[in-house]
Ligand binder design. Structure first.
Ligand SMILES: NC(=O)c1ccc[n+]([C@@H]2O[C@H](COP(=O)([O-])OP(=O)(O)OC[C@H]3O[C@@H](n4cnc5c(N)ncnc54)[C@H](OP(=O)(O)O)[C@@H]3O)[C@@H](O)[C@H]2O)c1
Length: 247
């Protein structure tokens, strides 16, 4: 397999989408660094992958100072290289979604720090390793950053920031043989966010998605493909995967 011996860091790899990516990439021969905050969840993902030398868990709270540098250094110490970084972290301070007038003015700054600024810190920390291996950085964003929708003003602004970051980063980083993309879900069946959203909103979204809403397993192969040889001439793309909900 072309991916044998290559190392993928899945930040937020214990979550709904991250764990599906970890499973798919591992199945395709990648060595996986599974990151998260809860040891129990990270251990469960690693155990399902069979652990051993091709999957290892890393517990770093991304709200802590130097989290990105610590995480990258620990992965490099364990595996000696990083070929791909996929950021699937989702932090959920309250007051971010909802009608703008009801959102929390104080919450937005800290949300930007653990979403957009975290991505920037992760990219900085991983850059030398991705450059030496000709690697890929993927940021999970959301359709709120691409398509306007009610109750998404703050989250849409944060996600649009991440999209702007990745597209500009991709142009420059291509000179160092680094590729970068955003993957943009909307509503993901069976995910933690879907559970929080509630069955009524999910059913309403599902009724508008002609192809049916994706699951995390529908999204994972795209992420792994973008990190592989088949996508070696692609960079700077923002790919929505939403079952036809938005186009
Ligand atoms: N699912 C959806 O419907 C949907 C829709 C649009 C966009 N997205 C985007 O897709 C990405 C993945 O979503 P998801 O549904 O897989 O999210 P998820 O299931 O909630 O997973 C979030 C991941 O982030 C980790 N995390 C959260 N706070 C952390 C912290 N302070 N330090 C370290 N790790 C932390 C979680 O670890 P712990 O569990 O240990 O805290 C978990 O691994 C996110 O960027 C999300 O915004 C998702």
């Amino acid at each position: 397999m072309a991916s044998a011996g290559k190392v993928m860091l899945v930040a937020g790899g214990s979550g709904s989408i991250g764990s599906a990516i970890a499973r798919e990439a591992h199945r395709q021969g990648w060595t996986i660094a599974v990151h998260g905050r809860s040891a129990e969840k990270v251990d469960a993902v690693c155990a399902a992958l069979g652990c051993g030398r091709t999957a290892e868990g890393f517990l770093v709270d991304i709200c802590q100072p130097s989290a990105a540098e610590t995480l990258v250094a620990e992965v490099v110490e364990q595996f000696g290289r990083i070929d791909s970084v996929i950021d699937c972290t989702a932090t959920g301070p309250g007051g971010i979604t909802g009608f703008f007038a009801q959102t929390d003015m104080q919450a937005f700054g800290s949300f930007l720090d653990v979403s957009l600024c975290w991505l920037e810190r992760l990219a900085h920390a991983a850059y030398p390793h991705l450059a030496s291996e000709g690697g890929t950085l993927i940021s999970f964003v959301s359709d709120a950053g691409v398509f306007a929708a009610p109750r998404q003003t703050l989250i849409g602004a944060a996600r649009a920031g991440a999209i702007g970051f990745i597209r500009n980063f991709a142009l420059e980083a291509a000179r160092d043989n680094i590729r970068a993309h955003c993957i943009s879900p909307s509503f993901v069946e069976g995910s933690e966010s879907a559970r929080k959203m509630g069955s009524d909103r999910m059913a309403k979204a599902a009724s508008r998605a002609g192809l049916g809403l994706p699951t995390a397993e529908d999204i994972a192969p795209l992420a792994v493909f973008l990190c592989g040889e088949g996508a070696r001439k692609m960079t700077g793309q923002v790919i929505s995967i939403n079952g036809g909900l938005n186009a």
